[in-house]
Design a protein. Structure first.
Length: 200
């Protein structure tokens, strides 16, 4: 995994003061190197200049940290609109837009690195701890090329659903990626896990 100071990284290609991602996060409970962490789509969209229409996915080190974050967003007026065994989704109007805030509770993580190692595609291996960005080994190579490369298959059906979603956003999965997914299922059919709705 790689990491870099987020402000220094982002200031190479944009005006930090106008950055929607950071302006939204300023209104939410604080992140830290020990968690909670923002990960996934909101960071990806910011880095490739896409409209920030995705939800904000937050991950945690433990249940206590998750509970404190939940209390924090409820205190600022976020309303719960959905809940399942994997995540709780809240809505809060911030900077003139309704923002979806997802509290991911399907698992807990020791660090941003262990969090990113759990993600399926390299382009999803993005996290922010309030100071630094964390990237998978190939994230910054695959992301600008809009290339879907499998990092790990844990939830097979969810990964296939996400593959379709990303191809609709202009990402391309080569034959090698398809082969890697099929081989992972052949090696361990339990990874199909059709009941899991992956978060991102």
């Amino acid at each position: 995994m790689l990491n870099d100071n987020a402000v220094e990284f982002l200031s190479r290609f944009t005006e930090i003061e106008d950055l929607e991602l950071l302006n939204v996060l300023d209104e939410l409970p604080s992140l830290s190197p020990g968690g909670p962490w923002l990960a996934g789509g909101a960071i990806r969209r910011t880095l490739i200049g896409m409209e920030l229409e995705s939800d904000f996915d937050f991950f945690f080190k433990n249940a206590e940290q998750l509970s404190l974050f939940r209390k924090g967003i409820e205190k600022i007026g976020a309303n719960k609109i959905n809940e399942n065994e994997h995540a709780e989704t809240y809505m809060k109007r911030i900077n003139g837009k309704d923002r979806l805030i997802q509290i991911v509770k399907m698992d807990f993580y020791d660090s941003p690195e262990t969090l990113l190692d759990s993600f399926d595609f390299s382009i999803t291996q993005l996290a922010y701890d309030g100071t630094d960005f964390y990237f998978g080994k190939y994230t910054l190579w695959d992301l600008p090329r809009k290339k879907l490369t499998l990092h790990k298959l844990t939830y097979g059906v969810a990964t296939m659903r996400r593959l379709i979603k990303y191809t609709q956003q202009g990402f391309t999965a080569c034959a090698g990626t398809m082969k890697a997914i099929l081989e992972a299922v052949v090696d361990n059919p339990e990874v199909i896990q059709s009941d899991v709705k992956y978060v991102d």
